[in-house]
Design a binder for this molecule. Structure first.
Ligand SMILES: NC(=O)c1ccc[n+]([C@@H]2O[C@H](COP(=O)([O-])OP(=O)(O)OC[C@H]3O[C@@H](n4cnc5c(N)ncnc54)[C@H](OP(=O)(O)O)[C@@H]3O)[C@@H](O)[C@H]2O)c1
Length: 256
C-alpha cells in the first residue's frame, strides 16, 4: 500500500516511515526536506499520486497563536483538496489527548481547527489523540522554569514513548478508517511534577521542581484529568524507566 507520511522527516514521522516499510508498505516521507510543502503546495500532487492513505504527523514551525492557526488550517485544507483529487481513501492525523480541554492555548485551538476540517471533509478519516511524548520532558520543564525552579501542577500525566506513538499511528493507518478519534497513552500514570522531577534527575539537570496548583501547562490551567485519556485508550508498552536506559533515548527541548 502506498502511504504518504506528511511530516515524515520529523520525530514521529521518521519512526512511522521506518515501521511502515518494515511491514512491506511503500511509505513516502513528505516534507519540505523531501520537496513537499503542504503550505505552498509544492510537490504535493505528485507525492499523492496513487496513494491509498495519507498520514499527517507534521507540526507548525511556529507556535505563535496566529502562525500556528494559519499553518494547520492552510496545510489541512491543501491536503484534503489534493487528496480528494488523487482519490485517497483514508486521511489519518495525529493530535493530542485533551485538545478540546485546552482551548485557552492558540496551539490547541489550531489542532482543533485541523480536526474540524478533517471531520467536515468527505474523505474517510481517523484522528489519533496521543498523550505527551517522553522525549519532551525537557521542553515541558523549560517552559515552566523561572530561575532554577520549575513550577508545575500536581495533575495526572500519562506520557508515552515516541516509538509507541508511531506504532499506534501505523496500526491505525493500515486499518479501516474509524471516522472518529482513537486515544493512545502511556502504560503508567504519573503526576506531572513527579514525572518532570524524575526526568530532570535522569538528565542530571539541577533544577528544582515544585508542585504548584497555580502553575499552568503551556499557559493552560490544568484540572486533575485534563491530560489523560479516557478508559479504553490503547496503551503503549514502554515504561519510562526502561526508555531512559535505551541508548537512543533523547530528551529534546520542544513540545506539542
Ligand atoms: N508534543 C507532544 O507531546 C504531542 C502529543 C501528541 C501529539 N502531538 C502531535 O504530533 C505531531 C508530530 O509532532 P513531532 O514532534 O513528530 O513533529 P516534528 O518532529 O517537529 O516534525 C514536524 C514535521 O513537520 C514537517 N513540516 C513542517 N512544515 C511543513 C510543511 N509546510 N509541509 C509539510 N511538512 C511540514 C517537518 O518537515 P521538515 O523536516 O522538512 O522541516 C517535520 O517533518 C504534531 O502534530 C503534534 O501536534 C504532539
Amino acid at each position: 500500500m502506498k502511504i504518504v507520511v506528511i511530516g515524515g522527516t520529523g520525530l514521529i514521522g521518521s519512526k512511522l516511515v521506518a515501521k511502515l516499510r518494515e511491514h512491506g508498505h511503500e511509505a513516502i516521507p513528505a516534507s519540505p526536506n523531501t520537496g513537499v510543502n503542504t503550505i505552498t503546495g509544492e510537490g504535493l500532487a505528485e507525492a499523492l499520486k496513487g496513494a491509498a492513505v495519507v498520514v499527517d504527523v507534521s507540526n507548525s514551525p511556529s507556535w505563535e497563536d496566529a502562525a500556528v492557526m494559519k499553518f494547520f488550517e492552510t496545510s489541512t485544507r491543501n491536503l484534503l483538496t489534493q487528496e480528494t483529487a488523487a482519490g485517497v481513501g483514508h486521511h489519518v492525523a495525529l493530535s493530542v489527548v485533551g485538545t478540546d480541554r485546552m482551548l485557552t492555548s492558540g496551539y490547541f485551538r489550531a489542532k482543533l481547527a485541523q480536526e474540524d476540517l478533517i471531520k467536515g471533509s468527505s474523505i474517510p478519516y481517523s484522528i489519533v489523540h496521543a498523550t505527551q511524548f517522553f522525549e519532551f520532558a525537557k521542553g515541558i520543564a523549560d517552559v515552566s522554569t523561572t530561575g532554577n525552579t520549575v513550577r508545575l501542577p500536581h495533575v495526572l500525566f500519562q506520557p508515552m514513548a515516541a516509538e509507541d506513538v508511531a506504532s499506534a499511528v501505523g496500526k491505525v493507518a493500515t486499518g479501516t478508517p474509524v471516522n472518529g478519534t482513537v486515544e493512545v497513552g502511556g502504560p503508567e500514570r504519573f503526576r506531572l511534577d513527579d514525572f518532570i522531577r524524575e526526568a530532570l534527575a535522569a538528565m542530571k539537570d539541577p533544577r528544582e521542581v515544585i508542585a504548584d496548583p497555580q502553575a499552568t501547562y503551556y499557559g493552560v490551567k490544568m484540572s486533575e484529568r485534563t491530560l489523560i485519556p479516557d478508559d479504553g485508550a490503547k496503551l503503549g508498552t514502554t515504561r519510562f524507566a526502561d526508555w531512559l536506559k535505551q541508548p537512543g533515548a533523547k530528551l529534546v527541548a520542544a513540545a506539542h
